[in-house]
Write a protein that binds this ligand. Structure first.
Ligand code: KE4
Length: 430
């Protein structure tokens, strides 16, 4: 195997660290969990990304989920070119944001109304504020390992970058904020029941990743989501499904359609922006009636609903709405799952592979993973060697054992075969 050259990425990283904290605009990109220097990406097309040194990789990060069509999809690119010529942002309502809202509401019928924002963090932060306004209660229940963005009250045992850095609570978060956040083990029904029975009068909402994509990929145990739904409904607690990652990913209608659970509010992001900055939160009409200017709960955003992001989101959803798209995604994802499992078995290395729709994770562990504490038992040293070996063989995976991987419509059977071959060659050497 010819070792790839990374001199330009290395040079750019040194330069970046002089101007940007850690040299990156989002921590997980810095490769701290796996060692080495991050790749600086020059371009991407279809299933591939190309780094500054001209190396190409089959990409399973896909910008952490948004690029479900593959990179630079012709339909999205040409629509964006036309939209750009009409101006990039007006700070006024447009027909485009109405169209995207109507499309989202049709696909997520649990929502009567939806508000566009600019990131998943904004979506969850705003949804929690509305839930507090609706119930008049202050406390929030979240689950260990679930990551809902970096709003202060949610950086309490966040499972994404924070877990990778082993810093469950971030400095700078006032204790008073953390005091309003109750963190429970995921999949632990007795713990949830005990807490709600005791504290329900103070609990505004439960926010949950219906499939956890921020400690790898952790699935809800049978009955868990149903219990969360029943317990919250019984006590007038708002159930918020954070579907920023699972939306359009686990199925077209997200995890709520996949598992048949109707939340009171839903947060979306990633895919609905088609690679441009979009988040969204929505819910039942009586809850969303509180959102300013219709109601008293304030939330705003200069670039919310901007025409470029709406265009990319609309074109992405139109493409995803075509017949057979999700069957083909399922086929590709299942093919990868079978191949990676078989490669590990053939190499004689213990792993666990979990998948929901086209999001997945391979844990280097000899035991089931069903929550934060079991995920943390994974052999991160083995994962790091797996990550580096796959990168050298032209496969780009998420640079952390505690992140999910994603499939796109652009990945071909040839890509998947190459991935499986690279995995066998890599795993047998770690
Ligand atoms: P953003 O603010 O990053 O758009 O979304 C926050 C968020 C909210 N909810 C869920 C379930 C999420 O997965 C995320 C963000 N996901 C991470 C990936 N683990 C984004 C990658 C990063 O932080 O750079």
């Amino acid at each position: 195997m010819v070792m790839k050259k990374h001199s330009l990425s290395k040079k750019l990283f040194l330069q970046a660290k002089k101007a940007i904290p850690g040299g990156v605009n989002s921590p997980v990109r810095a490769f701290r969990a796996v060692g080495g220097n991050p790749l600086f990406i020059k371009k991407a097309k279809g299933s591939r990304i190309y780094d500054a040194d001209g190396n190409s990789y089959i990409d399973y990060v896909l910008s952490w989920g948004p690029m479900i069509l593959g990179h630079a999809h012709p339909r999205v690119v040409s629509a964006l070119k036309k939209a750009t010529e009409k101006g990039t942002s007006y700070g006024a309502p447009t027909a485009l944001e109405v169209e995207l809202a109507e499309r989202v509401l049709k696909i997520y019928p649990s929502m009567d109304k939806v508000r566009m924002v600019n990131s998943g963090t904004e979506a969850t932060m705003s949804a929690i504020r509305v839930a507090r306004g609706f119930t008049g209660r202050d406390k929030v229940i979240k689950f260990e390992g679930c990551y809902h963005g970096h709003a202060d009250g949610l950086l309490v045992k966040a499972g994404s970058g924070a877990t990778t850095f082993g810093v469950p609570d971030s400095p700078g978060v006032p204790k008073s904020y953390a005091q309003n956040t109750i963190t429970l083990p995921y999949n632990d029904i007795p713990a949830l029941r005990r807490m709600v029975e005791k504290e329900w009068k103070k609990i505004a909402c439960v926010i949950i990743e219906p499939v956890v994509g921020n400690i790898g990929c952790v699935l809800p145990k049978p009955g868990f989501l149903e219990t969360v739904r029943n317990v919250t409904r019984k006590h007038g607690i708002v159930l918020i499904f954070d579907e920023v990652m699972t939306g359009f990913r686990v199925s077209f209608g997200g995890a709520q359609a996949y598992y048949g659970i109707t939340p009171d509010m839903t947060c979306l992001g990633k895919v609905i922006g088609g690679g441009l900055p979009v988040g969204a939160y929505g819910g039942r009409k009586e809850i969303m009636a509180l959102v300013s200017p219709e109601g008293p709960v304030y939330q705003a955003g200069t670039l919310s609903g901007n025409p470029l992001a709406m265009t990319a989101g609309i074109e992405t959803i139109k493409e995803l709405s075509r017949p057979g798209v999700y069957q083909s995604m399922e086929k590709r994802s299942a093919m990868l799952e079978e191949g990676l499992k078989e490669a590990a078995t053939r190499a004689g290395v213990k792993t666990r592979f979990y998948r929901a729709g086209s999001m997945f994770c391979t844990y280097f562990i000899d035991g089931d993973v069903h929550d934060y504490s079991t995920a943390k038992k994974a052999d991160v040293g083995k994962f790091s060697r797996f990550f580096s070996g796959m990168l050298e063989r032209g496969i780009n995976l998420a640079p952390s054992q505690f992140e999910a991987g994603f499939m796109s419509l652009a990945h071909t059977e040839k890509d998947i075969d190459a991935t499986i071959d690279a995995a066998y060659e890599t795993i047998k050497k770690i």
